[in-house]
Design a protein around this ligand. Structure first.
Ligand SMILES: Cc1cc2nc3c(=O)[nH]c(=O)nc-3n(C[C@H](O)[C@H](O)[C@H](O)COP(=O)(O)O)c2cc1C
Length: 213
């Protein structure tokens, strides 16, 4: 397969300092809203979460953003998973959003901390019953011999919790990524992309600098 000639020009929009909102979470929210309105993807809230273990070895995967505000970015997962174990060792993470249909990407750097039981419980109870059972059935990131065993585990949970509310598994939770810095990228003609980097310059105040493409 020859990939050398796969390229395109980025001409859709220009990003200027004047267009940017003062807080990075506000800018991300705006771009998310625009991506949703443009119907670019069936998973508009998907973000690639990168973590690293204590030795610095990175890993990445997609998770769904479930809340975004001044406090940070929230996602939910299994606490025994690779990502959760890595966050335990090293809370520094990176969340990457691809809005390629708008020729944009956003990169959020921050520190992940576990959500309170109250927050996790509230969200878990709002999930469809089958998703709740799916959470119980899977020891995420651990090996399993077959698909059949996984489906058996799901059926067992379905029987076990056939009546009433399904309780929150103690191995399931969520994280909030508090934003340390962020970058917003808009593709430009001739590879002269617009890049703006946010970093704190005081409590609640962000300095915004243009970066070279
Ligand atoms: C569109 C999409 C959304 C996903 N959302 C989540 C999510 O919100 N939480 C989650 O734990 N895994 C989610 N996954 C699965 C993860 O990408 C990953 O396979 C899983 O969390 C195990 O990752 P780990 O072994 O690195 O911890 C999603 C995958 C895709 C493709």
């Amino acid at each position: 397969m020859d990939l050398h000639d796969i390229r395109r020009q980025y001409q859709l929009d220009r990003l200027t300092a004047e267009k940017l909102l003062p807080q990075p979470w506000q800018q991300l929210q705006l771009w998310l809203e625009q991506a949703m309105a443009a119907k670019l993807s069936d998973d508009p809230t998907a973000m690639t979460l990168a973590t690293a273990d204590v030795t610095g070895r990175p890993s990445a995967r997609i998770v769904l953003l479930k809340q975004l505000d001044q406090q940070g970015l929230v996602f939910y997962t299994n606490l025994g998973s690779r990502k959760a174990q890595e966050i335990k060792q090293n809370p520094q993470v990176c969340c990457h959003f691809s809005f390629l249909g708008l020729e944009r990407q956003a990169v959020i750097y921050g520190r992940a901390s576990k959500l309170s039981l109250r927050e996790v419980s509230k969200y878990f109870m709002s999930r469809p019953r089958d998703s709740q059972l799916g959470a119980w059935a899977s020891q995420q990131s651990k090996p399993i011999k077959s698909r059949q065993l996984l489906e058996q585990s799901f059926q067992q949970m379905k029987q076990k919790y056939s009546q009433g509310q399904i309780p929150l598994p103690d191995f399931w939770g969520g994280f909030r990524v508090e934003v340390d810095s962020a970058e917003f990228w808009q593709g430009g003609e001739n590879r002269l992309h617009d890049r703006f980097f946010y970093q704190p310059s005081g409590p609640g105040v962000w300095q915004i600098e243009r970066l070279q493409p």
